[in-house]
Design a protein. Structure first.
Lengths: 114, 111
C-alpha cells in the first residue's frame, strides 16, 4: 500500500482565498483524522471520521474550516476564507479500526497564507 | 501531556550511545501509548506502542518503558545512529478515546 497520500505538498495563497487540502487514506482503514501542526501548539486534532461520517469536529478552530469525506478513499479540508494565522502543516492520518490505535500519517501539506 | 510552545527540549547524543527520551503523560486512565518519530519535512512515523497492562516492550533497537505510578513513559534507543535524528513524540489516549500528542523532543545525533 502507498500509505496515506496528501496533496498538495505545499500551498501558498493570499489572505482571503479558499484553500482545499486533499487526503487519500490507506485502503481498508475505517478512521480518518485531520491534524494541524504548528510550533506554538504542536499537533492538534481538528476532526475525525469513522466510515466517512464526521464524529468529532470539536478541534476545528472556526467556521472557516470545513471537512468532508464523500467516500472511503477521499477527504478534503477546506479553509474559506484563509488567514495568515492558518499557516501550518496539515496532516491527514488513518487508522484501521479505532481512534485508540496507531495512526498512519501522510507527508502533510505545508500551508502558507500571505 | 499538554503541548508547549516554541522551543522543543533537545537531547544531544553521540553516535553509538544509547538515547533515553522521556515523556510525562496527563491522564491516569490512559491505557494506550505510542511513540512517533518525525523527521524534517515528513509526517510522524510510528515507532512502538504499549498498553497499560505492560511495563516494557521491545522492538528493533527500541524499548518503551511505562511507569503508571508516576505517569511516565520513556523511549530507549540503542546504539543511536545519525538516522535517528528527529523529533520524537509520545501520545496517549485521552478522556475521549482519542490520541493526544506531547510537545516532542528533538534528538540530535553527533558524530
Amino acid at each position: 500500500d502507498a500509505g496515506v497520500i496528501q496533496s498538495p505538498r505545499h500551498e501558498v495563497t493570499e489572505m482571503g482565498q479558499e484553500v482545499t487540502l486533499r487526503c487519500k487514506p490507506i485502503s481498508g482503514h475505517d478512521y480518518l483524522f485531520w491534524y494541524r501542526q504548528t510550533m506554538m501548539r504542536g499537533l492538534e486534532l481538528l476532526i475525525y471520521f469513522n466510515n466517512n461520517v464526521p464524529i468529532d469536529d470539536s478541534g476545528m478552530p472556526e467556521d472557516r474550516f470545513s471537512a468532508k469525506m464523500p467516500n472511503a478513499s477521499f477527504s478534503t479540508l477546506k479553509i474559506q476564507p484563509s488567514e495568515p494565522r492558518d499557516s501550518a502543516v496539515y496532516f491527514c492520518a488513518s487508522s484501521l479500526r479505532s481512534t485508540n490505535e496507531k495512526l498512519f500519517f501522510g507527508s502533510g501539506t505545508q500551508l502558507s497564507v500571505l | 501531556g499538554e503541548n508547549v510552545g516554541l522551543h522543543l527540549p533537545t537531547l544531544s547524543v553521540q553516535e553509538g550511545d544509547n538515547s533515553i527520551i522521556n515523556c510525562a503523560y496527563s491522564n491516569s486512565a490512559s491505557d494506550y501509548f505510542i511513540w512517533y518519530k518525525q523527521e524534517s519535512g515528513k509526517g510522524p512515523q510510528f515507532i512502538i506502542d504499549i498498553r497499560s497492562n505492560m511495563d516494557k516492550r521491545q522492538g528493533q533497537r527500541v524499548t518503551v518503558l511505562l511507569n503508571k505510578t508516576v505517569k511516565h513513559l520513556s523511549l530507549q534507543i540503542a546504539a543511536t545512529q545519525p538516522g535517528d535524528s528527529a523529533v520524537y513524540f509520545c501520545a496517549e489516549n485521552s478522556y475521549r478515546g482519542k490520541l493526544q500528542f506531547g510537545a516532542g523532543t528533538q534528538v540530535v545525533v553527533t558524530p
